[in-house]
Design a binder for this molecule. Structure first.
Ligand code: NI
Length: 171
């Protein structure tokens, strides 16, 4: 296994709509293992393939491991099939490090996809898992938490982050 580089805003791959996974082969299994290792090392509770530079519809999540109730999920070609009323909550992202923003998300969701062996999977979730699923599926559409802000706050924050990146690059 290997820890992969996490791509950060404004990396172009994060803006792209990811393509469906068609072959569940050895290369994909290695990518899944590497994504899981990268997620835990970050540490993060979820990671989408575009965040490691691979524009494919694949996400890994484990919202419970930080508090000892680990439940690792790998979903290939995930689809949101049911949503609920929207609620506001704070969210961060490994591709937008150092910033937490308020994002409206469905309180409960149902998601359909394939597990890492290609077996159909359907899960219902609420709370943090529901939020994390929506966040990771957004990544597959090229949507970041910044894009979920109103236009004024979005442009302000994007400008601020681009400035931070320039300062980092000068160091
Ligand atoms: Ni993210």
């Amino acid at each position: 296994m290997a820890i992969l580089e996490i791509r950060k805003f404004p990396d172009e791959v994060l803006k792209r709509k990811a393509l469906p996974v068609e072959d569940i082969n050895g290369g994909l299994q290695k990518l899944i293992d590497d994504m899981i290792e990268t997620m835990y090392a970050a540490p993060g509770i979820g990671l989408a393939a575009p965040q490691v530079g691979v524009s494919k519809r694949l996400i890994v999540l484990d919202v419970g491991y930080k508090d000892g109730s680990s439940s690792l999920l790998t979903i290939i070609n995930p689809e949101l099939i049911l949503t609920d009323e929207l609620i506001d909550s704070e969210e961060g992202c490994l591709s937008v490090p150092g910033h937490v923003v308020n994002v409206k998300r469905s309180a409960r969701v149902a998601v359909r996809g394939l597990d890492r062996n290609g077996k159909p999977l359907e899960i219902e979730a609420e709370g943090l898992l529901a939020r994390a699923l929506q966040h990771e599926i957004d990544h597959l559409e090229g949507i970041l938490i910044l894009d979920r802000l109103g236009p004024f706050r979005r442009e302000l924050l994007k400008k601020r982050i681009l400035k931070e990146r320039r300062l980092e690059a000068q160091r």
